[in-house]
Design a protein around this ligand. Structure first.
Ligand SMILES: [Fe+2]
Length: 195
């Protein structure tokens, strides 16, 4: 684990003042909602904050997390992944997001398909929709609305740590089970379930 001191950027650098924005007229749309690129920039800079990353408590028995202040009112998390842990398949409803590995390596399995948003319980996936990517330290991705994925630490012996950001703050997460090409909606979690 790297402990090299560095003049790292602040954890939260919400560029625009956030809150009730009456009065002053913003000439452009610069103060609007953070984009995928903004979130990715945030997770990249945050993951470079070695002091913050090293401050996350790690537990060999399960994932650990600390909530961060994301840019522009976004929801952000620092997450520790013991070897062999993963999220299971889920989506982030209408939120866009980004995440990046700060330490160790994560794997993302995702679907290159837009699922119907509601009104189904099981779905048969067509061939060729599966994507997988390895995300070693310093690598990450942004994603759009309704992105369906699972994230895993497949290392047999090494923790992984990652930074995540979502906007709007997650109103819900839909959890799925998967058997071959069959995806089944199992559960809908709301913020009170994970805070
Ligand atoms: Fe996710």
């Amino acid at each position: 684990m790297s402990v090299s001191p560095s003049p790292s950027p602040a954890v939260s650098s919400s560029g625009s003042a956030h809150g009730s924005s009456d009065g002053s007229s913003s000439a452009s749309s610069a103060a609007s909602a953070p984009t995928q690129a903004d979130l990715f920039d945030f997770v990249r800079r945050t993951a470079a904050d070695t002091e913050l990353i090293a401050s996350l408590p790690l537990d060999p028995e399960g994932r650990t997390w600390v909530r961060l202040e994301g840019p522009g009112g976004s929801e952000a998390w620092l997450i520790g992944w013991p070897p062999g842990t993963g999220t299971g398949w889920h989506d982030h409803a209408d939120s866009v997001g980004a995440f990046l590995t700060a330490s160790g390596e994560l794997k993302e399995n995702s679907l290159a398909a837009r699922l119907p948003t509601d009104g189904w319980k099981t779905l048969e996936l067509t061939d060729g929709v599966d994507r997988e990517r390895r995300l070693p330290s310093g690598q990450g991705r942004a994603f759009g609305r309704h992105h369906v994925h699972e994230v895993l630490n497949e290392s047999p012996d090494r923790h992984a740590i990652s930074v995540h950001a979502y906007y709007p703050p997650l109103p819900q997460i839909r959890r799925y089970s998967r058997s071959g090409s069959i995806l089944r909606l199992e559960q809908v979690e709301r913020p009170e379930d994970w805070q």
